[in-house]
Structure formats: structure tokens, C-alpha cells
Ligand binder design. Structure first.
Ligand SMILES: NC(=O)c1ccc[n+]([C@@H]2O[C@H](COP(=O)([O-])OP(=O)(O)OC[C@H]3O[C@@H](n4cnc5c(N)ncnc54)[C@H](OP(=O)(O)O)[C@@H]3O)[C@@H](O)[C@H]2O)c1
Length: 230
């Protein structure tokens, strides 16, 4: 049984992962900005920390709560993230900043807060990348840039600590969650929503999380690229 902290545990991939792991007997703490949504996912069976990954104090408070309530952190799942889709010329600068602050700096806030502990416990860090960690698509170039950075952060952990801890990057294609609905560009929404609705389910990604966390001793699955298929 592992003690697992999941950011963005109130929705989509994070919520499905939290439920799957809790059902398999792991202790789970979920973090997100909306207490009611966290409580709904938890159903009283998980620990909950309200906080924004862009805020260093919130990240440290969630880490402290995980230590106090579970006795330490074995697995950190950096899942909180978002993508605003727009052509570059129509994009809002504050949305670029929000993606960088959440998808990159949010992960760094969490890693910096508990890396020593994860090393001591021979633990595991799982970062949510994307197929956008490997490819750059039109209308989501800055989101792709943040997910390229996520993969590079995972690689940096691997080159310095790949023998002490497990590092995994999960890189999904389209997954049917609330993800696409932060985008405000109506014509892109019309074009993209069917791709996401016909995409993978959050449960498909949760199953991959269980697979990498419960891999046998001595095995580190560095990366999983998973796309919708036949
Ligand atoms: N869906 C896809 O097609 C897809 C594909 C590849 C990768 N991904 C990645 O998978 C991850 C999860 O996305 P999802 O599809 O499950 O989307 P989602 O359903 O929108 O869930 C996003 C989660 O992140 C949390 N979050 C967002 N900003 C946050 C912040 N500043 N601080 C704390 N929590 C924050 C949200 O909770 P609150 O808003 O309540 O804080 C929510 O729990 C993201 O990193 C995304 O980039 C998604």
C-alpha cells in the first residue's frame, strides 16, 4: 500500500485515478481549488487539500497535510493542468501565463516541496505529459510547449535520480474530460469537442496509473504514450 498525493484530483483523470487507487487499498490525498468537488470525489474515503498549484504556500500545505494524515508521501502525481486552445494571434497573454504557471511552475512547486522525501522513501513521481510532449499542434502551441517542458522535467529527474526513485511520464492523446471546456474559441470548440468525446476515458488513464505504481520492485516504467484507437 502506497501513500499517494494527486494534484487536480477533483475532476477527469485525477479523480478517476484517485478512485482507482483508493479502491485498491492505497491511501490517497487529492488537491484542487474547489473543496466541494474534492469532497464529492473523496466520498469521505480520501484526504483532501484545497489549494492552487500556482501558489507555493498552498503546495507546501498540501504536502504537509499528506505527511500528517498519511505518514508521508510515496507517490506524487502531478496531474493538475489545463490548455487554452487558440491561434497564436488571437491568444490572450494571461492564458499563456496561466498554462506556464500551472503546467510547469505548479509541477516544480510540488516536486521542490517533497523531492528529498520521495528520494528517502525510494518513491515515485508521475507527471502528466501529453502527446503534446512530443508533437506541436496548431492552435495549442503554448500548451504543447508546457508539455514538452513536463517531459524535460521528468528526464531531468531521471538523469539525476533514476536509480533512486521511479519517474514516469504519462502522455495521453485526447481524453474525454472537462479539459477542452476551458477553451473559449467557439469555432475551435466545435471542431475539437467531438475528438475529445470520442477519445479515451479517464478510467483508461487511471488503469495506466495503477499499472505503473504497482509495477514489480526493480521496474520503472519511464513513459506511457496512450492514444484512442480501434
Ligand atoms: N483530457 C485530455 O485530452 C488530456 C490529454 C493529455 C494530457 N492531459 C493532461 O491531464 C491532466 C488532467 O486533465 P483532465 O483531462 O483530467 O482535465 P480536467 O477534467 O479539466 O481536470 C483538471 C484538474 O486540474 C485541476 N486544476 C487546474 N488548475 C489547477 C490549479 N491551478 N491548482 C490546482 N488544481 C488545478 C482541476 O481542479 P480545480 O479546477 O478545481 O482546481 C481539475 O481537478 C492535465 O495536466 C492535462 O494537461 C489531458
Amino acid at each position: 500500500m502506497k501513500n499517494i498525493l494527486i494534484t487536480g484530483g477533483s475532476s477527469g483523470i485525477g479523480a478517476a485515478t484517485a478512485k482507482a487507487l483508493q479502491q485498491r487499498g492505497h491511501q490517497v490525498l487529492i488537491m484542487g481549488r474547489n473543496q466541494a468537488n474534492l469532497e464529492k470525489v473523496s466520498e469521505g474515503k480520501m484526504h483532501v487539500a484545497v489549494g492552487d498549484v500556482r501558489n507555493i504556500e498552498d503546495c507546501n500545505a498540501a504536502i504537509e497535510k499528506a505527511r500528517a494524515s498519511m505518514g508521508g508521501i510515496d507517490v506524487l502525481i502531478n496531474n493538475a493542468g489545463l490548455g487554452f486552445f487558440d491561434p497564436l494571434t488571437q491568444a490572450k497573454l494571461e492564458q499563456w501565463h496561466e498554462m506556464v504557471d500551472t503546467n510547469i511552475k505548479g509541477i516544480l512547486n510540488m516536486i521542490h516541496g517533497c523531492l528529498h522525501e520521495i528520494i528517502e522513501r525510494k518513491g515515485h513521481i508521475i507527471n502528466l505529459g501529453s502527446v503534446a510532449s512530443h508533437h506541436v499542434f496548431p492552435n495549442s502551441g503554448i500548451y504543447c510547449a508546457t508539455k514538452h517542458a513536463v517531459l524535460a522535467i521528468s528526464e531531468s529527474l531521471k538523469v539525476e535520480h533514476g536509480k533512486n526513485i521511479r519517474i514516469t511520464t504519462i502522455c495521453p492523446g485526447a481524453v474525454n474530460t472537462e479539459f477542452i471546456h476551458v477553451t473559449q474559441n467557439e469555432s475551435l470548440l466545435k471542431e475539437y469537442i467531438p475528438n475529445f468525446e470520442n477519445g479515451l476515458s479517464a478510467d483508461h488513464i487511471a488503469a495506466q496509473m495503477v499499472h505503473v505504481i504497482e509495477a514489480p520492485t526493480g521496474v520503472n516504467i519511464s513513459e506511457i504514450i496512450i492514444r484512442p484507437g480501434v
